[in-house]
Design a protein around this ligand. Structure first.
Ligand SMILES: [Zn+2]
Length: 367
């Protein structure tokens, strides 16, 4: 059984690759394939709403499914194959995912609001969950009366998870209840496919359980910025290029977190850090430009407003992969810049460690 996974143009292709890699490395009946995403221009042919892709609030299910049909058609994907699109565009029901026959879309962002485990695990779970649900012909249009959608979580792959936090129960249970298993047999789903789905969910479950304990043990490690601006965590020096390092130091200096809007408002402070790191290689114009593009998503000159895609996510990912190289997958998410939701339903980006564990050498940043 072939499963092709792609994304909408605004979504990170690195993350897409990570999800496909994670699924493909667990052997079994299903083969997972990376499918090159459409560009904004190609997406525009399908729906003109994609012209405003970076400010798009949410889309109807119908639009997502039309998008999937077009991707399927243009890539000549066989009818019996599954096609999955990962997207950061919210859907009107705010569901994690949905399917229509063998077309699936999965919400690929905000996983860091649920857990500090890397988003790829939650996304991968959504992929196999939808394949299972499609195979047993689950009626998601009438989810309230569908007997195999559990409105109250019981730790089954078909838990509805109305409350976002309930998804963790599902991820940690990695199970298919008797009723859903019998339905799969009735619909003729082979045991090999069910076994493969369970292998994958089990792999994901381990990530949500064990890694948590290891992280807790490491929470006392100190992050140091020495006088030369090197980032040192515990005993290990983490090498980053200047732009992501600038972002990282700025967040270390602001332990309560920063919203997207405030990051742009404080762009001058960020530039100051960059300037110190660059020293004599400082070319004010091009530096100013790259920092602005990282911190903001528009600039205003007189009455002229220019909108662009911010490089914040890209630089956050670079921080994460630098951490991963030095500390490994599990510990890297502990020290990464994550999105955290606040009580008033807004969110900030922050490094979720105690400010007591951050030491910045006072001679760094001195002129
Ligand atoms: Zn069930």
């Amino acid at each position: 059984m072939n499963i092709h996974i792609t994304c909408t143009p605004e979504f990170s292709t690195d993350k897409l690759r990570e999800v496909v890699e994670l699924l493909a490395k667990i052997p079994g009946e299903m083969s997972f394939h990376y499918l090159e995403p459409f560009t904004v221009e190609q997406s525009l042919i399908i729906n003109d709403k994609f012209a405003n892709i970076n400010t798009l609030q949410s889309l109807e299910f119908e639009v997502f499914f039309r998008y999937l049909s077009a991707v399927r058609l243009l890539n000549r994907i066989a009818q019996e194959d599954f096609l999955i699109v990962i997207t950061s565009i919210q859907n009107c029901e705010e569901w994690f995912s949905a399917f229509n026959k063998k077309d699936v879309f999965v919400h690929g962002v905000e996983w860091d609001l649920i857990s500090n485990v890397d988003a790829k695990f939650g996304i991968a779970h959504q992929c196999v969950e939808n394949i299972f649900q499609s195979l047993i012909k689950l009626d998601i249009d009438n989810y309230e009366t569908e007997p195999n959608i559990h409105m109250k979580s019981i730790g089954c792959i078909n838990d509805f998870c109305d409350e976002k936090s309930e998804i963790l129960i599902k991820l940690k249970s990695a199970d298919i209840c008797d009723s859903c298993y019998n339905r799969a047999l009735k619909e003729g789903v082979s045991d090999n496919v069910i076994a493969h789905i369970l292998e994958i969910t089990e792999h994901i479950r381990k990530e949500f359980i064990t890694s948590k304990r290891i992280r807790r043990k490491h929470q006392s490690d100190v992050i140091r910025i020495d006088s030369d601006g090197n980032v040192i965590i515990g005993e290990r020096q983490v090498d980053m290029t200047e732009l992501p390092k600038t972002l990282y130091i700025f967040f270390l200096k602001n332990p309560d977190g920063i919203s997207r809007i405030d990051l742009c408002r404080r762009v001058e402070e960020v530039k100051q850090i960059y300037k110190v790191l660059k020293r004599d290689k400082f070319d004010s114009e091009s530096i100013s430009e790259s920092i602005t593009r990282m911190c903001c998503s528009k600039t205003k000159e007189g009455i002229k407003i220019e909108k662009f895609q911010s490089t914040l996510d890209k630089n956050k990912s670079m921080v994460k992969s630098a951490l991963k190289t030095e500390l490994g997958e599990i510990l890297s998410s502990l020290y990464a810049i994550n999105r955290v939701s606040l009580e008033d339903k807004t969110s900030v980006f922050k490094i979720n460690i105690s400010p007591d564990n951050v030491q910045i050498d006072p001679s760094f940043l001195e002129e």
